[in-house]
Design a protein around this ligand. Sequence first.
Ligand SMILES: NC(=O)c1ccc[n+]([C@@H]2O[C@H](COP(=O)([O-])OP(=O)(O)OC[C@H]3O[C@@H](n4cnc5c(N)ncnc54)[C@H](OP(=O)(O)O)[C@@H]3O)[C@@H](O)[C@H]2O)c1
Length: 189
Amino acid sequence: MTLKKLDLIAACDLNRGIGNKNGLPWYLPSDLKFFNSKSSTRSSEDAPDNIVIVGRKTWESFKPKQRPLPRRRNIVITRQEISEPDDHSFKDSDSKNKAVFVHTLQDAVDLAFAQDDRSHCFVIGGAVIYEQALRHPAFDLLYLTEIEGKFECDVFFPPFENICSLISQSEVHVENGISYRFNTYQKKR
Ligand SMILES: NC(=O)c1ccc[n+]([C@@H]2O[C@H](COP(=O)([O-])OP(=O)(O)OC[C@H]3O[C@@H](n4cnc5c(N)ncnc54)[C@H](OP(=O)(O)O)[C@@H]3O)[C@@H](O)[C@H]2O)c1
């Protein structure tokens, strides 16, 4: 079995807003639980940790104690100078203690796909990285939590309706007075 594909996970409001002031505009613990479960659940018990690809701003939006995201190998994309440019491999200790920094989405994908075939690879934002990932040939599934409300946002998920089809839709959940659904889209072939 090979899992050499890119899946995206995001949550957006009715305007496709995803963030504000480099943070999330809402507090939805169930969605965070879904995100953590989906991105860290391995394809089998003996499979290595999954891989998450994240833009530098989203990375910095995580509290220092929360990063790297546990039980996942973290790859961060930045144009800034990388202090250890040769260190582009996941050693066992690295995957637990620090992220690997790369300069492009393609570098991140190359590194991810060079790992064990059983690892899932998830793009987890932000907007700039989603935009690039949606156009990547390996893009397959978009797990999108769609929030039925409008929030103050300064970053937005890119238009995706023309390139994806809805393949599953959850019932409406309500938390903190916010209604939302867990939906899955797949790239049109
Ligand atoms: N609702 C959700 O599901 C969700 C998910 C994730 C994030 N967010 C929100 O999204 C916001 C952050 O998103 P964002 O779009 O502002 O930033 P981002 O995508 O997280 O990060 C952008 C940064 O990534 C690096 N980058 C982007 N494209 C690159 C390229 N082609 N080559 C090299 N480096 C590249 C650059 O880093 P350097 O500046 O270091 O060069 C750039 O400044 C936050 O509010 C966050 O909370 C929401």
